[in-house]
Design a protein around this ligand. Structure first.
Ligand SMILES: [Zn+2]
Length: 406
């Protein structure tokens, strides 16, 4: 296995619920959910010695391109050349076409330029490297979208055995199935939704998962994916600069890794003294009306997300009926004075078509952010003249066959 090296500034993994920490020196193998909360446990979060991060920053960052420019704030400080040079550094630009309609300053961050075509590459690049550094030799995950493709791609780049991907039966022959196979993955089908596929996966792979040989890369089941997604926040801060951050960041929320990650980035930059005393951006979590557990929990004032029964949405990435990090998602939204909004399927597809007509490449999840911006302007929850950033998390290619584009 090629060289992957832990960051010497990585102090501990902390339970996102109890705050209990496991020092990195006491970590003997790959890390999953916490052991302190009732089974299956809660997500663990990487904690850094920020003084050591500052010292590393000058020596490490300049050596890399892509994601690993931010190595001092990642759990893995060294990866093989070519492993992730093409991950991250995604373009952020004005979407002028919609500015008159919305009466805001509108920016888009386009994640479709990542190697497997979506923002999932950020999380899986770091998650796979972290797992490998801690001794894992194979990865697995249940998926109905881009995450599986990214897990296969980065397993292939490390020369590991093919990632074991479990998909619902109906996904046989889908673009995700074919892409996973292309990148060396081993795809298995079970059940009618991703939860059922996950149940089958954990039963079939029980022995390898228990020994730590196989790592479950499900959203928030290990701490690496969050750290990778955090780089979106680091890039946003870099692009706009201290004192000029967006007023509002609109984020399509399934499992919520990116939303929690963007907020973690801002908190770490604040602690490092890299941001001024400015107000941080308000975070808006966008979901489909047909599957909106985070929006329901937010509106009810809960501190955790209760599972819903999904009615199904064409935006695969939003078809996530529960959120194991719901407490973290809600905490980030509230700490930012943000909100959560559900948009209709019709509004999502209308925004997809409108984006395409304006020359913007976005998946349905990204289109949902435009639908939400429209809704929140109508409701007065985004003020005129605001600086608004939409996250376009993947390209149009994954969904163009799903929508009547005529
Ligand atoms: Zn715990």
């Amino acid at each position: 296995v090629p060289t992957v090296r832990l960051n010497p500034a990585l102090l501990a993994f902390e339970c996102s619920m109890s705050g209990e920490r496991t020092a990195i020196n006491d970590v003997a193998g790959p890390v999953g959910l916490c052991g302190c909360c009732p089974p299956p446990g809660k997500p663990l979060v990487a904690i850094y010695d920020l003084a050591a991060v500052g010292a590393l920053a000058s020596s490490v960052a300049s050596r890399s391109r892509g994601l690993w420019r931010f190595a001092p704030l990642l759990p893995i400080i060294e990866v093989p050349e070519g492993y992730a040079d093409d991950v991250g550094d995604t373009p952020t630009f004005r979407a002028a076409r919609f500015e008159a309609e919305l009466d805001v300053e509108l920016h888009v961050k386009r994640e479709g330029s990542n190697p497997s075509g979506s923002f999932k590459d950020r999380g899986l690049a770091v998650g796979v490297a972290l797992g490998a550094a801690l001794g894992a030799r194979r990865f697995c995950l249940p998926t109905q979208g881009n995450a599986g493709v990214a897990a296969c791609l980065f397993s292939a780049r490390l020369g590991l055995p093919g990632c074991l991907v479990y998909m619902p039966e109906a996904w046989r022959g889908s673009v995700y199935h074919r892409s996973c196979t292309l990148f060396g993955g081993e795809v298995r089908f079970a059940g009618s939704n991703v939860a059922e596929a996950g149940t089958r996966m954990r039963a079939e792979l029980a022995a390898g998962l228990a020994s730590g040989e196989v790592i479950d890369m499900s959203t928030f089941f290990e701490p690496g994916r969050l750290e990778g997604k955090k780089t979106m926040g680091l890039e946003i801060a870099e692009h706009f600069g201290a004192g000029a951050l967006p007023d509002v960041i609109v984020y399509p929320t399934g499992g919520g890794t990116g939303l929690v990650g963007i907020w973690k980035a801002f908190e770490e930059l604040l602690a490092l003294g890299r941001l001024g005393g400015e107000r941080l951006p308000r975070l808006v979590a966008v979901q489909s009306e047909r599957c909106a557990p985070v929006v329901e929990a937010f509106e009810r004032g809960l501190d955790h997300v209760e599972p819903v029964v999904s009615q199904g949405t064409a935006a695969d990435g939003l078809d996530v009926p529960s959120a194991i990090m719901g407490h973290g998602i809600l905490a980030a939204i509230r700490a930012s004075r943000g909100t959560a909004a559900a948009v209709s399927e019709e509004a999502i597809t209308a925004a997809f078509r409108a984006s395409g007509a304006a020359g913007l490449s976005t998946s349905l999840e990204g289109a949902a952010t435009l639908a939400a911006a429209r809704l929140l302007r109508l409701r007065g929850e985004i003020a005129p003249g605001s600086r608004v950033l939409l996250l376009h998390t993947a390209s149009h290619a994954v969904h163009v066959n799903r929508v009547n584009v005529a």
